[in-house]
Design a protein around this ligand. Sequence first.
Ligand code: AHR
Length: 329
Amino acid sequence: MKSKVFAGIALLGAMTLVATACSSGAGGDSGDGGGGGDETITVGFAQTGSESGWRSANTESMKTAFSEDEGFELIFNAADNDPAAQISAVRDFISRGVDAIVIAPIVEDGWDDVLQEAADAGIPVILEDRTVTASDDLYEAWVGLDFTKEGVMAGEWAAETFGDTPTKMVVLEGTTGSAPANDRAEGFAQAVEGTGIETIDSQTGDFTRDGGKTVMEGFIQKYGIDGIDLLYAHNDDMALGAIEAIEAAGGVPGQDIQIVSIDAVKDGMQALIDGKINYIVECNPLLGDLAAGLVRDVLAGEDVEKTHFVEDQTFTQEQAAEVIDSRAY
Ligand code: AHR
């Protein structure tokens, strides 16, 4: 762990900080174990929270990849979807002098100051899953999914399914201000432009099952089951909550209201097989090994690409039935 080294260094002047940044980001021979030798690498991981099945799978993937067996000491924090708490966790990692910080940013905005503080302390930052609006000079690399493309793929299915037919759609948005909520909305809108699909309501369910259920209950109260043709849920958990609301109101999910969602977690795939969801776009949560590889490479002074996209697939009911047993999440 670099803590002892950095605790002292952080108090020194700008020149020292530049040297520290070089030794960490460029893998200088600091002799403290963070540069890829045999010693344990200490990593602080600021997770969003535990809002969804996707998140549980992502946390497990990260904990496995950053385990002691793999040569890491992981300091894990889940911020319960509170952006201020997540930034505090990152500040705590900085003051503890970890070798590297990994962040799954809850929201896109508000990262400039704390990322600058990490850079000033010479601690490299890797982003996983979600993106930020801060300058990419402030972090070493990002690994995750193309959320806009996910939205496009969901929208393409809707466009093909409904075409010019007048279609009333409601949307369950992810966490307000998060990259997946912003990008999935944008991608979907691009894909359905010029079709008969009209968004009659769109509200956040915060990526949770309870949120999806509560918001869908409100939509049903306002428009009735008959007044809604299509639900676009930014993740499976919200779709699963909405299914409960539709069934409680006497509707048949997947028939009275067609549903397209994103993630392809086990419960979502089962609902697709059962005909309650009509189409799912995957969002692969197994990012741990890639994130750990990036941390190692950065600390070893290797040049790494700034962005690392992981490919997603799409699933119809038949395709889900073929693969569900072989999937890891
Ligand atoms: O950032 C990825 C999104 O976050 C997943 O789609 C959602 O389930 C999770 O909460």
